[in-house]
Design a protein around this ligand. Structure first.
Ligand SMILES: NC(=O)c1ccc[n+]([C@@H]2O[C@H](COP(=O)([O-])OP(=O)(O)OC[C@H]3O[C@@H](n4cnc5c(N)ncnc54)[C@H](OP(=O)(O)O)[C@@H]3O)[C@@H](O)[C@H]2O)c1
Length: 251
């Protein structure tokens, strides 16, 4: 079996940046997303160390098929970066339920399933690393982005618990909670507020902070001082006020 780093959602944004960073440090990287042409371009850029899988991970059974395909190619996941995710803004009742359900399936269902699938081998080898991409939105409720924030709260809670369960096992587990980052995410999720651009940072530092935190087995990594403050402010500010602040952002 060859050890690989599996990064989901590698056709753009943070996922592509994770793949580049992991390839630079010498990992063989597995790239997964729906847009094949993007994956091919990234594989060419990375060089001979990339394996490509075109998949709609939100489709029923997709995570299982991916793991079966990796096993068939004798690839063992030593590092899993659960990065693929989508957002959606608007009032819950006005947004199509199919789209919201697909977001839950991808942001939560696929992440949990892949994590469960890689653990037996990691436990056997007593080594491995899992980085789950949450969000600063995980720390609070998000009016007009309710389901997305709730999926990220799940990711944070789940990852923290798993981090604790696996202490001493040789398996590192970290939740990465980025703030607004310059990727395709915002436009696709429907962010329209032009003021948001003042808060948006580049993906490089987010990826570096995530990988460094995973190396040190940090339970939670929040890249950037402003994001740390905003994520932790719910410790001091009443929840009702936090809700009003989140709603006032008018994503
Ligand atoms: N950017 C931000 O402001 C921000 C802030 C906090 C957290 N995050 C989180 O960061 C992660 C990465 O997002 P990003 O900012 O890099 O956004 P992005 O540029 O839109 O990238 C999302 C990636 O996920 C893939 N993806 C989406 N749906 C998929 C599906 N059904 N099956 C397989 N792959 C799928 C996309 O590829 P295809 O479309 O080719 O399938 C793409 O490669 C997400 O979990 C997001 O929630 C982002």
């Amino acid at each position: 079996m060859r050890s690989v780093t599996l990064v989901t959602g590698t056709s753009s944004g943070l996922g592509a940046e994770f793949a580049r960073a992991c390839a630079r440090r010498g990992d063989e990287v597995v790239l997964v997303a729906r847009r094949r042409d993007r994956l091919e371009a990234l594989a060419a850029e990375i060089g001979g160390k990339a394996h490509l899988f075109t998949a709609d991970l939100a489709a029923p059974g997709a995570a299982g098929r991916l793991m079966a395909e990796l096993a068939a190619r004798s690839l063992a996941v030593e590092t899993l970066i659960n990065n693929a995710g989508v957002g959606l803004t608007g009032r819950f009742a006005d947004l199509p339920i199919d789209q919201q359900r697909a977001m839950i399936d991808l942001n939560i269902g696929v992440l949990v399933e892949l994590t469960h699938a890689v653990l037996p081998q990691m436990r056997e080898r007593r080594q491995g690393a899992i980085l789950n991409v949450a969000s600063t939105g995980a720390f609070q409720a998000g009016p007009r982005i309710a389901v997305y924030f709730a999926t990220k709260s799940f990711v944070l809670s789940f990852t923290e618990a798993l981090h604790h369960e696996l202490k001493g096992s040789g398996i590192r587990v970290t939740a990465l909670c980025p703030g607004p980052t310059a990727t395709e995410f915002g436009p696709l999720a429907g962010f329209r507020n032009p003021r948001l651009r003042h808060f948006i940072g580049p993906p490089g530092p987010v990826v570096r902070a995530g990988l460094a935190g995973l190396d040190r087995n940090r339970a939670i990594v929040i890249p950037g001082l402003a994001n740390k403050i905003s994520a932790q402010s719910n410790r001091f500010i009443p929840r009702a006020v936090m809700r009003r602040i989140a709603a006032s952002l008018k994503l």
